[in-house]
Design a protein around this ligand. Sequence first.
Ligand code: PMV
Length: 325
Amino acid sequence: MTLLNKTAVGTAHGKIILIGEHAVVYNMPAIALPFMATTTTVTITSIEGETFIDSDYFTGYLSETPEALDGFKTALNNVCVYLNVSAQGLHIDVESLIPPERGMGSSAAVATALVKALFNYFEADLTDKIVKRFVDTAEKVTHGNPSGIDSTIVNSLSPIYFKKDESPTSLPLDMDGFLIAADTGIKGQTKEAVGDVAKLIQSAKDQAKNQTISAVNRIGQLTFQAKDAIIDNNVPILGEIMNQTHRLLKDLTVSNRQLDTLVQSALKAGAAGAKLTGGGRGGCMIALAHSMEHAKKIASELEKAGAIQTWIHPLQAEVGEAFHE
Ligand code: PMV
């Protein structure tokens, strides 16, 4: 394969959903943070012949990609149709530090970086709104019924308060606290978890049982309170809200044994609060600590309890540029 001269790059980053996952699909609010410790870079170089993908997940020709890359392929084809260019003759290199299928926004970040790289490569103007449109379509293929939170936050430099079908607002974050994110090492199952919550809600409606519906509404109320706790720099209250939310997510059947074990060990190590993050049934959890020293202790306990990787994220975000409509 001969690499030709032309090269273009696109980037995006991972995300942490602080609160509101799953309920956000049902028009409740959610709060998410850009997770700059995990980034994705897509580099496109011209080649002769069929488009070739080079990534940790898959290396080979576009015509041979596994089903898991159908969303990626959708983004590629849709952008090329939109720009009226060929989807062939591209060498697409994907370098991602975001662990895939762990509730950290990997699929949305890779699709975002790809769309940005393609527009750069074909020297076309791009707005955040256009990126999101292509990524949302790709995410529908990957996840079934996405709320759009992932496609927004992986391209936002600011934390956001998000509601489906509304413009996100950026949320100033200046708390005396640190988040620890821990990876169970087990692939999350966002599509299945979102599908099962939909079935629970449907059967709750059919049986006039409102327990599931009230769990979703309660997560919405807690998210609203979490926003106030963030603005008031109230770490203990935010921690308690996280604990209550984890219990509600368990009621929605989206936790699992490994996530519950890590949540328990974080609390035992003195965390102010802990919960799963993202789609659940695997993937990652988060815990809240009062200081960096405390965060390091919790991270070490989480690793002893089975986490394969941990990250510490300050809750003093520089307010970067929010997503632009
Ligand atoms: O697992 P992730 O990173 O794709 O997070 C999904 C968040 C959900 O609320 C479960 C689904 C959604 O589209 O909002």
